[in-house]
Ligand binder design. Structure first.
Ligand code: PLP
Length: 461
């Protein structure tokens, strides 16, 4: 149909449904208006957003766990406008740079673990993970190891949606229907004690099982065919799963023994979400490469980075020029305006001590979820760390019987919470409600989250 191009009374919802394809949204039923929506989000301030029809909602998931400093920061708008007015864009090819890009790369290295040496900028977590894979392949080509190329990821790990990143992602719906190439990717055990431990197995026993599974995979494939292991310090989209105690040091020891690089996907954990600069700092992880995005700009503009550590950098630096210039990059790599947003965001984080604040607030945040929900007859597990929390629902606590998928428990719970004015995320894997609010929420906001979640649960069960 035709829609007017101007005028104040145009139906934005109709325009959207007839014009746009949305991520993770049914195609025809949305387009036809059967599923309702779109939800037109109009403005935001602190931890709250407002829809075009005037509903105020507490954003308990910070967008897609990315708006860490909260919405509506004037200092962000000012920094972005100032850079856009001065030099919105220039590319970074052939040695070009801009002041914000160079300063942001330096800042990232200052915050990162001591062995990190260089930063390659992209725009999304997915493209940064693609970069990491290309870097480890390039590294092994330079070292004359053309067969050492496979990447081990984990079941339920999430690494993005580009062709390579969705192959790394360990969730079947990212593969089914899309032919994401599985050839160079292997998946190993997800470190989730609740579901993965055998009856009576404690955390230490379960870590030993994860290690044995990894060893068996490496033995089956041959260490000389495996280039790298990629993992999120705390599993995010797969269910907000903190690692069991001792998991990372034990996994790392195996990787070292087999000369396998470690890529830490810090897209969610980086820049404060778990009360440290990086998730690596929380769990004693010593990665060779680190991926960051989301919290780097708090999503005011898109920006990601592949941070390259000494082990890989020293090889690239010494030997890659013989092959010509580094033949990887994007038009928008090191985009000056995005970099200015990154610098302004890290300034806010530093000025307001937001990372220390998460560390201080986390015990109260975690205890609130435990106290309110751990005893519920349909709650199998309440878990979390820093300002990440998840409630996993089961039909029967004792037998850990799951709800039938057709009951759509997670989706119904998050819809009920939304009715009450709270955004939570029904995680795509199982009946899990996820919480990852902006790092600036206060005690009143936390109380609101708990109360509205309680009401949602009471309305569904
Ligand atoms: N890696 C992790 C751990 C993520 O959580 C995400 C996004 O949620 C990505 C990568 C992909 O990032 P993007 O959606 O910016 O491509």
């Amino acid at each position: 149909e035709t829609t007017e191009r101007a005028g104040s009374n145009r139906d934005l919802g109709l325009i959207d449904r007839k014009s746009m394809i949305h991520p993770f949204t049914p195609l025809r039923t949305f387009s036809d208006g059967e599923t309702g929506g779109p939800v037109v989000v109009d403005r935001g301030s602190g931890a709250w957003i407002e829809t075009a029809d005037g509903r105020r909602l507490l954003d308990g998931f910070a967008g897609l766990y990315c708006v860490n400093i909260g919405y509506g920061r004037p200092e962000m708008a000012e920094a972005i406008a100032a850079q856009a007015g001065k030099l919105a864009y220039y590319h970074a090819y052939a040695g070009h740079t801009s002041e914000p890009a160079a300063l942001l790369a330096e800042r990232i290295l200052e915050m990162a673990p001591a062995n990190m040496r260089r930063v390659f900028f992209g725009l999304s977590g997915s493209d940064a993970n693609d970069t990491q894979v290309k870097l480890v392949w390039f590294y092994n080509n330079i070292l004359g190891r053309p067969t050492k190329k496979k990447i081990i990821a984990r079941e339920r790990g999430y690494h993005g949606a580009t062709v390579m990143a969705s192959s790394l992602t360990g969730m079947r719906f990212y593969h089914e229907g899309f032919d994401a190439p599985s050839g160079p990717v292997l998946h190993t055990t997800v470190p989730h004690h609740y579901w993965g431990a055998e009856p009576g197995m404690d955390e230490a026993g379960f870590v030993a099982k994860c290690v044995a599974d990894l060893e068996a995979l490496i033995a089956r494939e041959g260490a000389d065919t495996i280039a790298a292991f990629i993992g999120e310090p705390v599993l995010g989209t797969g269910g907000l799963i903190p690692p069991p105690a001792g998991y990372w040091p034990a996994i790392q020891a195996v990787l070292r023994r087999h000369d396998i690089l470690l890529i830490a996907d810090e897209v969610v954990c980086g820049f404060g979400r778990v009360g440290h600069n990086f998730g690596c700092d929380a769990y004693g992880i010593e990665p060779d490469l680190i991926t960051v995005a989301k919290g780097l700009t708090s999503a005011y503009l898109p920006l990601s980075a592949a941070i390259v550590g000494e082990r890989v950098w020293s090889v690239l630096e010494q030997s890659s020029d013989a092959r010509g210039p580094f033949a990887h990059g994007y038009t928008y790599s090191a985009h000056p305006t995005c970099a200015a947003a990154g610098l302004a965001n890290l300034d806010v984080i530093a000025r307001e001590n937001l990372i220390e604040r998460v560390a201080e607030f986390a015990p109260q945040f975690q205890a609130a979820f435990q106290d309110a929900f751990a005893g519920h007859p349909h709650v199998g597990e309440v878990r979390g760390t820093g300002m990440l929390a998840a409630i996993e629902f089961v039909a029967d606590r004792d037998s850990k019987r799951r709800f039938d998928l057709s009951e759509k428990i997670g989706a119904r719970l998050s819809a009920a919470a939304l009715e009450g004015g709270l955004i939570t995320r029904s995680m795509p894997h199982g009946d899990i409600l996820g919480f990852a609010p902006p790092l600036v929420i206060d005690t009143n906001d936390l109380d609101f989250m708990i109360e509205k979640t309680k009401s949602a649960i009471a309305s569904v069960f």
